[in-house]
Design a protein. Sequence first.
Length: 280
Amino acid sequence: MTTLARERALSAAAIAVELNSWLEALFKLPHPRLPSCSHLEAEAAAQQVRAVWALGQDPIPNVIHLIESYGVRVFSLPSDCLEFGAFSTIAGKTPFIFLPSRGSGERLRFDAAHELGHLLLHDSIPRSRDLEAEANDFASAFLMPYSGLLAQRLKNAPIDRILSAKQRWGVSAIDLTRRLHRLGLLPERRYNQAVNELTRHGYRRIEPGSPLTRENSLLLTSIFKELRHSLKMSPSNLAPELNIHPAMLSEFLNGLVPLGLDGSGQHSESLRPNFTPVRD
């Protein structure tokens, strides 16, 4: 990226780190617990993480909720950084993932898994490796495990089965098609037919069927509800604490936290993330 684009990305990350530090002073947030997989190939790393996190071979219901529970802080990208797509970084020992506030629910899940791949595979300086390809391979394997696809009888799957299965796995039709081909479950001829048909119907740009709801942040939503309840503090009150404009703070929460939280209603204890206020 250009120097200016890089500086915008670094500035956004710095503000998010400061926001996270402010929140950590008030709440006990999930401690980072990411295994290092830099010694593994992407496929093996995805299998190991699924095993360690006891995910089995089933679809992941909510990628953002999952990675937040293991200490990853997730924020939206400010509007002047949307050209980057997603990116990730580690500040101190805390991993951060920044996701675009636009795009499909399928794209959001893949981006989150892709950035998780960077955090797990590339925590040391790699040599002569295609980092983006590795992160893509990790995301595919993490979201669509081989045994799970086999159990769903997707070998030689026709296009209608792919379109049905992609909703179960929460991925795009083209990503599922590529994954099946890579695993040898979709022969070259049928793979080419499927790609051509998806392209012809415009499914590589707009997903068919009911759109997948974009995932939100359970952690940030719960925190800002708690701030309203306990400290009577809204996002607009918090922004001056960070010396930023309220609109900028909203951009970091855009799409991840419901706008206009009024703090009303009762908490569901079963849905609250693992954090507690430091102060009574």
